[in-house]
Design a protein around this ligand. Structure first.
Ligand code: DON
Length: 575
């Protein structure tokens, strides 16, 4: 925890010095405890899936047609993405999921995040002169955490699915064997990362088979990964973390200078956690708890915003308040959050409406608070890798899942003989105190690497329950995941349909740097002018995340599935 005293003193100074402190338009009251299961008795009778790739959406629909539920479909979608969208996620990476089980209304969070190997050593991420070594943090086996996705898929199947794991993996295995045509995004990702890929022979053989990236129209096969998925299907998690596959992973990592051991793999465990729940404007948002920072930040922002009637404000003032709430939530993100199994976090405080009310009082009606008045943290270059998909099945089960290998093509390191591309999630730790990671996020001791610890994530898979509508929302985007999901949630509450939520123009503030990143076209000139006059620094930026959304209208009982038009429309399907 950094500067707690300084922080409070500065807030107080800001309050006292400002006679113009913005009077809240509504009193701050504690919302009702939001813990009861959310039972919805009605059933949609049809299903909707939105993912980042049509093979993956179709794989999910195929498994539903075979009698699977949303969780079996999620396994099919995730495993197919591992084949067709390896730049974003895969069985060498991890995921975080918010699930809703229709039969009993249980909302649960599945933490299939990677962990640090026991031999993790911060010196490996420093150059001889003590400066951060960005290469070991982002490339090759030292950058890879112990994968969580295979255990997560096995867990989903065992505890929530209806079909045997191998049946849910069948579409991915078939596609990997029969072949598919890589899309433009995969070709671009391989092209962008080819110099790093060339450093590892198994990676070169897989991604640069003729010494260069694949070209459009070429048919691609992934027999090694097909075999690994098959063993996972036959043996469950042990098929990946032990035996033939586990040995190959450890041998490959160690031969290339990494430090994994068989014990690291054998001791990997899925964590089932209670999601974060926040009530806002008659909606209940169920979202990701630590080891993600996303849900805490979304809850803190919504709690701050709950003191205003945003619907009565013009665009500039509404946006100003949202930015100020983001600024304050990201300040806390950097200082307090980490793996809940390792660090004590003041979650009661961060999630309290009274804490939010205190923060709200420091927000001026029409003036930006310089982040420098709210002590300490840095910048972003999210890139667009990582992936989110949303599923609702005909029985009303819901899966909201964000998956990642971290940076584009993860570590670029494929473990020979397994087809598994390893993540570079170690960079999500605060590897070097007070030095930014690839998303410009700074961290504190709470997110320092330790053996077996999960690195803090921004992934924010969420489900929004309203009296008349349910929305399943999430996005990639590094640190901007949090603000994009927040804006998606607000757009949903404003009544936008799945397409409208996915297409919603975006903006982002993460405390430091003290600027608002803005999607071109997000603000009309008058709003942009007004925000600038209030003291906000606006900076246009692209690209933004890819949101895949499914909504359920409880009045008409209709599902709607939409993929992000920034990427490719039509990847959301209802059947
Ligand atoms: O878990 C995290 O927060 C990051 N590894 C996510 C990375 C990401 O979203 C990349 N870009 N779009």
């Amino acid at each position: 925890m950094k500067h707690p005293l300084n922080w409070r003193v500065t807030l107080l100074a800001l309050l006292v010095s400002s006679s113009a402190a913005f009077a809240d338009s509504r009193p701050a009251t504690a919302p009702a405890a939001a813990t009861a299961p959310h039972v919805i008795t009605q059933r949609p009778g049809h299903a909707g899936i939105a993912s980042a790739n049509f093979h993956a959406t179709d794989a999910g629909l195929e498994v539903l047609a075979k009698g699977g539920n949303a969780f079996d479909a999620a396994i099919a979608v995730a495993s197919t993405l591992s084949i067709v969208e390896p730049e974003s996620s895969g069985i060498g990476g991890g995921f975080m999921a918010v699930l809703h089980r229709a039969s009993d209304g249980k909302d649960v969070f599945i933490d299939a995040r990677e962990t640090a190997p026991a031999a993790v050593n911060t010196k490996d991420y420093l150059n001889k002169d003590g400066t951060p070594n960005r290469d070991t943090a982002l490339n090759g086996p030292l950058s890879a955490g112990i994968p969580g996705e295979p255990a997560g898929l096995a867990w989903l199947s065992k505890h929530y699915g209806k079909l045997p794991l191998k049946d849910a993996l069948t579409p991915a295995i078939r596609l990997a064997r029969e072949g598919f045509q890589p899309d433009g995004r995969l070709i671009n990702a391989i092209t962008e990362r080819q110099d790093d890929i060339k450093r590892w022979p198994a990676s070169t053989a897989k991604y640069l088979p003729e010494g260069k990236p694949p070209v459009a129209g070429q048919v691609w096969r992934d027999p090694d990964q097909a075999r690994t998925l098959e063993i996972l299907g036959e043996q469950g998690a042990d098929g990946f973390y032990r035996g033939e596959v586990g040995k190959k992973l450890v041998d490959a990592v160690r031969a290339a200078g990494g430090n994994w051991t068989a014990k690291d793999l054998e001791s990997y465990q899925i964590k089932e956690r209670t999601p974060i729940t926040v009530d806002y404007r008659g909606y209940r948002v169920v979202t990701a708890p630590p080891a993600s920072s996303g849900g805490v930040a979304v809850a803190e922002i919504l709690n701050i915003l709950s003191g205003y009637d945003l619907t009565k404000l013009d665009d500039a003032h509404r946006t100003h308040l949202v930015i100020e709430a983001m600024r304050r939530a990201f300040r806390d993100h950097n200082d307090y959050l980490g793996d809940p199994d390792f660090v004590k976090m003041p979650l009661d405080m961060l999630l309290s409406p009274y804490y939010a009310a205190g923060l709200r009082m420091t927000i001026l009606a029409d003036k930006a608070t310089p982040s420098s008045m709210l002590p300490a943290s840095i910048a972003v270059d999210p890139g667009m890798h990582t992936t989110h998909f949303s599923v609702i099945d005909k029985g009303g089960n819901i899966a909201s899942i964000t998956l990642t290998v971290n940076y584009t093509m993860g570590s670029t390191f494929v473990a020979a003989g397994t087809g598994v591309l390893l993540n570079d999630e170690m960079d999500d730790f605060a590897l070097v105190p007070n030095k930014p990671n690839v998303y410009g996020l700074l961290g504190s001791a709470a997110n320092a690497p330790e053996p077996g610890k999960r690195m803090l994530s921004s992934m924010t898979p969420s489900i929004v329950f309203g009296a008349d509508r349910v929305g399943v929302i999430g996005s990639p985007g590094g640190s901007t995941i949090i603000t994009q999901v927040l804006e998606g949630i607000l757009a949903f509450m404003d009544g936008k349909d799945a397409q409208g939520v996915a297409a919603q123009k975006r903006f982002h503030h993460q405390y430091m740097p003290d600027r608002v990143d803005v999607e071109p076209g997000a603000f009309d000139p008058a709003t942009a002018d007004a925000l600038t006059r209030m003291g906000h620094t606006l900076k246009e930026r692209s690209p933004w995340g890819y949101m895949n959304v499914v909504t359920w209208d409880l009045k008409t009982n209709k599902l709607d599935a939409a993929s992000d038009p920034r990427r490719e429309s039509g990847l959301g399907k209802v059947q």
